[in-house]
Write a protein of this length. Structure first.
Length: 106
């Protein structure tokens, strides 16, 4: 019976919007460098990518990949202030992530 139900539904239809969002947040939080970046940004208003390069012992290209992952998950937002990019926590999605994780662990 369940096999029939599964074939009648597409994968996109069985997951709630909250489950899809939580999954995206979890993926973005799945690396210690990204957790470090989020902790740093949560303690201050914003940070420039160059400042992060000074703090983290990783290549600029690697840092860019981590920032992209966090930005794609909409946990941070970036603003170009040539020649630098200023990153800040996306407060709305940061709160949503906290709420969704809290609900998951109830």
């Amino acid at each position: 019976m369940f096999a029939i139900l599964r074939t009648a539904m597409s994968k996109e239809n069985i997951y709630t919007d909250d489950q899809l969002k939580l999954s995206r947040f979890a993926k973005a939080l799945g690396h210690p460098v990204r957790l470090y970046i989020l902790e740093l940004l949560s303690k201050q208003a914003c940070c420039y990518s160059g400042d992060l390069t000074d703090v983290l012992p990783i290549a600029k290209s690697t840092l860019s990949q981590h920032l992209k992952e966090l930005k794609d998950a909409e946990l941070i937002q970036g603003e170009i202030e040539a020649p630098k990019i200023k990153y800040c926590i996306n407060k709305q999605n940061w709160e949503l992530a906290k709420q969704l994780f809290t609900e998951l662990y109830k």
